[in-house]
Design a protein around this ligand. Structure first.
Ligand SMILES: C[S@@+](CC[C@H](N)C(=O)[O-])C[C@H]1O[C@@H](n2cnc3c(N)ncnc32)[C@H](O)[C@@H]1O
Ligand code: SF4
Ligand code: SF4
Length: 458
């Protein structure tokens, strides 16, 4: 059907947020966030009022003083550029989710440029490692839980960090660990995140949530829509082996049940290991039966220095390929019930067209119980990647400090980076990508990312 006869609607899951000199469009996960020119957010805000594209073009043209023909051509381009945020309907659905007036301010092109080649003016998200402690000892864990917390690390300090992040315009607040539910006050932190209008990103092993159905109800009351629970297997015996503990499996299953009963969407994160690969189809059946909304199965990544992940056996390329096929079958079988994500093919190297570097360093901050702020959850204690400490300075000050600029210089210095990266045309956007994976393979944080098939010379 002719697009001019369809009513574009901003997807229910997409939010728009005005920022200084730019705007944000985002979903419920940090991977779904995009910086926009405010006028583009203005356009998206008009895609919810039951207007046809020619009517949107009229309003857009009048607002920005454009000739008719230019307004129509710009709206055509914007419809195509932001298609992933839109649905199209044949009947109008007049409703107002975002006020177009909120996006009538001048863009600051330097903010958008800086975000591409430097860092975001305000991080899209912060990730707080609430504690290094954990009641599990998962065979594959990427964290080094022998690290120390500062004695000043407390609930009040974490609440202060959340308030500071919210005032600054941060969208996502992640809570991880160790096991975050072991930290006294974790529920209050989620509540504060929600009352301050940020989106919590929360992953837990489920053992505390599974002890009391009231926890899930309290989360629901606070407005929590989604929780991620880590579970790799569907039998108590295997769960004991993977987590190197005893008897916790029923609590994890109860956590899923309690959250579902409270009306919270449950996502599952599973890690593929030689121990769990044979049970993957049964595990998917079991989880779908429990009513989970999504299952993300990942290949075991390398981890922090001294983490279990770096000494654990991994699946072979052939095994991975076979398991991916089995997961693919289940994905099709359950496509109407649950979103199943198979692990990426770890042996496929990036090409020029599917190159996808880590953007963590430029759009997020990882804060640890020592107070240190780093570019990644796996890099506590790595001095060269520590940008500051929250007991000495505020988040904003740390983000804008010289430490970031110095690190960025090193990550793009041909004298420092791998010789392939030094000649690669993508270096200033890529900064050699995953520092941890590079370190674990090459012994240098600025080695070429092991997933990369570069250098790319165009
Ligand atoms: C480090 S844990 C911390 C939160 C909590 N203790 C949990 O397990 O959910 C965060 C997530 O990372 C995943 N994870 C841990 N080690 C991993 C590895 N080596 N590769 C991929 N994912 C891993 C866990 O399964 C979990 O979903
Ligand atoms: S993956 Fe989570 S539950 Fe397992 S040891 Fe690591 S922090 Fe603990
Ligand atoms: S060669 Fe280096 S800089 Fe270029 S894309 Fe690969 S990892 Fe990034």
């Amino acid at each position: 059907m002719d697009d001019t006869k369809l009513f574009p609607q901003l997807k229910e899951t997409v939010c728009l947020k005005p920022m200084a000199g730019y705007a944000l469009a985002h979903g419920h996960h940090p991977s779904q966030i995009q910086m926009l020119d405010p006028s583009h957010a203005f356009f998206l805000s008009l895609c919810d009022k039951g207007l046809l594209p020619p009517q949107i073009a009229f309003i857009y043209g009048q607002t920005f003083g454009l000739k008719d023909v230019d307004a129509h051509s710009q709206i055509d381009q914007l419809l195509s550029k932001y298609r992933h945020f839109l649905n199209f309907d044949t009947t109008p659905v007049p409703r107002e989710r975002f006020s177009p007036q909120e996006f009538l301010y001048r863009a600051d092109p330097s903010a958008l440029d800086l975000a591409t080649f430097g860092k975001w003016p305000v991080p899209a998200g912060i990730s707080i490692t609430l504690t290094f402690s954990c009641n599990f000892r998962c065979s594959y864990c990427y964290q080094d839980n022998r690290q120390r917390s500062d004695r000043r690390w407390s609930l009040s300090k974490c609440l202060e960090l959340l308030d500071e992040a919210a005032d600054w315009g941060v969208v996502f607040a992640g809570f991880t660990g160790g096991e975050p539910t072991i930290f006294n006050g974790w529920l209050e932190l989620l509540e504060r995140t929600l009352t301050r209008g940020m989106i919590p990103v929360f992953t837990s092993n489920g053992t505390v949530i599974g002890t009391d159905p009231d926890i899930a109800l309290r989360l629901k009351d606070a407005g929590m829509e989604e929780v991620t629970i880590s579970l790799d297997v569907c039998s108590p015996e295997l769960h004991d082996q993977v987590t190197r503990t005893s008897g916790h499996f029923p609590k994890v299953v109860d956590a899923i049940r309690f959250l579902r009963a409270a009306g919270i969407r449950v996502l599952i994160k599973s890690v593929l290991t030689p121990m769990t690969q044979h049970a993957v189809q049964e595990t998917i059946d079991f989880l779908v039966d429990l009513g989970v909304g999504g299952i993300g199965i990942s290949y075991m990544e390398s981890g922090a220095i001294n983490s279990a992940a770096n000494c654990a056996p991994n699946v072979t390329p052939e095994e991975l390929s076979r398991v991916r096929d089995r997961i693919e079958q289940k994905r099709e079988q359950y496509s109407h019930l649950c979103n199943i994500e198979p692990p990426e093919d770890a042996n496929k190297l990036w090409t020029e067209t599917d190159w996808y570097p880590c953007g963590g360093m430029i759009s997020g901050m990882s804060i640890f119980p020592s107070g240190d702020v780093s570019v990644c959850d796996k890099m506590h204690g790595v001095k060269a990647f520590t940008l500051g400490n929250v007991f000495d300075a505020g988040l904003k000050e740390i983000w804008n400090s010289d430490a970031f600029a110095r690190l960025c210089e090193r990550a793009t210095d041909p004298e420092v980076v791998d010789s392939d990266c030094a000649i690669c045309s993508k270096l200033h956007l890529c900064r050699t990508s995953c520092f941890v994976d590079s370190f674990n393979v090459t012994g240098s944080y600025f080695g070429k990312d092991p997933s990369c098939g570069g250098p790319f010379l165009n």
